[in-house]
Write a protein that binds this ligand. Structure first.
Ligand code: IPM
Ligand code: MG
Length: 347
């Protein structure tokens, strides 16, 4: 029996993971579930955003279903106690370095996109974002300059092994799809990006069947709204991938629709909607559970060897949306539970 760790977290995290769990339970697979607090919820309950018991559960589990972290009441805590440290800590502790963030247009949802329908219709891409390095994990701090000014700093760096393993993840993803990989960097300005580009080009020698291109991140931001259909797989660093994946979600229609997987080399994974905790709507039954439900589908595919069940969930979400069921983020009136129900009916 596979053990799934459910880490609901803060804000809308509990509401959306509850719906994802209902969908998983409905499949009749041999799964068991164990829940633990994470983020602000864990800080308030146990004094730390990632308590040892939660980390232990994450290590023991075959896969992790994660809600969201972020709690405004924690904003003035020391950084190491803030909710966001829980997800960053899990990614690092479990070496979940490869973040897959697919963005695909759902049929009939073009009107929800921030883009014109004919542009939006073509979106079918995956962002492969590096998760264990970059400016996120470099030396950081506050200091005082010689002129007595306060100065914040965060060091950006990647070593070649870190770049190579995420490049491999990108090439492998492209090979399974349409065979196109676009590496996104800022090599015209950053040394970190120059190394990134060099190593991606070296790695390409093993992937003659994949067409590799490079793009600067500023241009990529523009191309993503001008002509998102040009992208198949994007591989990029932690910071650029964070920003571009939020942008891609609006191209599809709502951040409430985009799932993600964070994988280690062996395929163990943490699965989470890319949206945050949305404290402004937490506890009101307004959140869109689709991203969490689609994250559960990715879990079945990437960590649990159940691709047919994953297909079933994805088809059920598409069918529920096509039948007109929509939460408020998509201009509809469904509650979180009603949207979950609609997916269960379609299943
Ligand atoms: C994401 C989030 C996180 C990140 C935050 C919550 C630390 O924005 O998963 O995209 O920046 O990686
Ligand atoms: Mg983000």
């Amino acid at each position: 029996m596979a053990l799934i760790a459910i880490l609901p977290g803060d804000g809308i995290g509990p509401e959306v993971t509850t719906e994802a769990r209902r969908v998983l339970e409905r499949l009749g697979l041999d799964l068991s579930f164990e829940e633990a607090p994470v983020g602000g919820a864990a800080y308030h309950a146990a004094g730390h955003p990632l308590p040892p018991a939660t980390l232990d559960l994450a290590r023991r589990a075959d896969a992790i279903l994660f809600g969201a972290v972020g709690d405004p009441t924690c904003d003035s805590l020391d950084r190491h106690l803030r909710p966001e440290q829980a997800i960053l800590g899990l990614r690092k502790a479990l070496t979940l370095f490869a973040n897959l963030r697919p963005a695909k247009m759902f049929a009939g949802m073009e009107d929800a996109s921030a883009l014109r329908p004919e542009v939006a219709r073509a979106i079918d891409l995956v962002i492969v974002r590096e998760l264990n390095g970059d400016v996120y994990f470099g030396e950081k701090g506050m200091r005082t300059t010689a002129d007595g000014l306060r100065q914040g700093y965060d060091v950006m760096s990647y070593d070649e092994a870190e770049v190579r393993r995420i490049a491999v993840a990108g090439f492998e993803a492209a090979r399974r799809r349409r065979g196109k990989l676009c590496s996104i960097d800022k090599a015209n300005v950053l040394e970190t990006s120059q190394l990134w580009r060099d190593v991606v080009i070296e790695t390409a020698a093993d992937y003659a069947d994949v067409t590799l291109t490079h793009m600067y991140v500023d241009n990529a931001a523009m191309q993503l709204v001008r002509d998102p259909g040009q992208f198949d797989v994007i591989v990029t660093g932690n910071l650029f991938g964070d920003i571009l994946s939020d942008q891609a979600s609006m191209c599809v229609g709502s951040i409430g629709l985009l799932p993600s997987a964070a994988l280690d080399v062996a395929g163990k994974g943490l699965y989470e909607p890319i949206h945050g905790s949305a404290p402004d709507i937490a506890g009101q039954g307004k959140a869109n559970p689709c991203a969490a439900i689609l994250s559960a589908a990715m879990m079945l595919r990437h960590s649990l060897g159940e691709p047919a069940a994953a297909d079933r969930i994805e088809a059920a979400v598409a069918a529920a949306l096509a039948s007109g069921k929509r939460t408020a983020d998509l201009g509809g009136t469904c509650s979180t539970r009603e949207m979950g129900d609609a997916v269960l009916v379609a299943l």
